[in-house]
Design a protein around this ligand. Structure first.
Ligand code: PLP
Length: 324
């Protein structure tokens, strides 16, 4: 790649043991490690920072003065794009699915704090969202601005390079690593890990953001990998999507509670909750076995918990009453 990344995050992120969570999942206490990519620093942190270092680096090299990107209303990627723009003195326009007014909590509150402008695209599909973003870019250009369009989720061959670096960190931090478990949304995160560690070492838990997530991972990973990457060779679970991307599934809710109560670790309802539920299912069906070193990548998303009414209701239900 011709561009170089712009430093935005705090790296390497730590890896921490999770013995009580391991035992609760049916593993041996020493088997499970958490890669704390929720602690990447800027803007509340999360996996999107590693990708933004590359995509925003390219935007700067092209002379952009405005970042434009797309997402769901509670997009962590949109929030962190807003934070990156603030850090670098760039304007930011977020093209979001849906309509204003429904909720301004969670990530949306932070988008506003970082000074991003919002463009609501209505209830559109991915193509409709991309079309709305193209229109926003055209209008910015007509007004004399120099917009750079950051792809959905920050994912592409360029952004995935951020996760090649994460894979290299893991290689050093966790010798004899057998499986890295990660949420699979727009695909760039899993793609970079696959390129760095090999397809057999990465288990992606699909959250339902794409119709063909494996195809996206292959597209982004193949140009970065030294070995051939095929859809067939990927380890992808699609059993945690439930009723769809933004819904709180039963297994994800239980995973949130389990991580919180065994390790004091907060997951999010859309990505990391599903990913841990997928890890649990993988232990139950023998895809991940006790005695093997497993890393769970915590990709962030905490603000999304506070933007998710069902997740908050579930969390509050768990509070016991002391005394009488
Ligand atoms: C976006 C996101 C993911 C998924 O990463 P992709 O690169 O889009 O697949 C996982 N976890 C969180 C918290 C995210 O915001």
């Amino acid at each position: 790649m011709s561009h170089s990344p712009v430093p935005l995050g705090t790296f390497p992120t730590p890896v921490e043991p999770a013995p009580r969570l391991a035992a609760a999942l049916g593993l041996e206490p020493g088997d499970l490690w958490i890669k704390r990519d929720d602690l990447t620093g800027l803007g509340g942190g999360g996996n999107k920072i590693r990708k933004l270092e590359w995509t925003v680096g390219a935007a700067l090299a092209e002379g952009a003065d405005t970042l434009v990107t797309t997402g769901a209303p509670q997009s962590n990627h949109a929030r962190l794009t807003a934070a990156a723009g603030a850090r670098l003195g760039l304007d930011v326009v977020l093209v979001l699915r849906g309509a204003p007014g429904a909720s301004r909590s969670g990530n949306l509150a932070l988008d506003g704090l970082f000074g991003a402008r919002l463009a609501w695209a209505g209830e559109v599909d991915r193509a409709g969202l991309d079309a709305a973003a193209a229109e926003v870019c055209a209008r910015l250009r007509a007004g004399g601005a120099r917009p750079a369009l950051i792809p959905f989720g920050g994912s592409g061959v360029l952004g995935a390079q951020g996760y090649v670096r994460c894979g290299e960190e893991l290689d050093e931090q966790v010798p004899q690593l057998r499986t890295v478990v990660v949420a699979l949304g727009s695909g760039g995160t899993m793609a970079g890990l696959v390129a760095a560690l090999g397809a057999g070492s990465v288990l992606g838990v699909d959250v339902g953001a794409l119709t063909d997530p494996a195809a996206a991972v292959v597209e982004f990973a193949a140009p970065l990998a030294t070995q051939e990457v095929t859809a067939k060779g990927l380890r992808v679970r699609r059993d945690q999507v439930g009723a769809g991307y933004a819904t709180l599934t039963g297994p994800a809710a239980q995973a949130l509670r389990l991580a919180a109560r065994t390790e004091g670790l907060v997951l999010d309802p859309v990505y990391t909750g599903r990913a841990l539920a997928g890890l649990h299912a993988a232990v139950q069906d023998g895809d991940i076995r006790p005695g093997e070193k497993t890393v769970f990548v915590h990709t962030g998303g905490l603000p999304g918990l506070f933007g998710h009414a069902d997740a908050i209701a579930f969390a509050e239900e768990g509070a016991g009453t002391f005394g009488g």
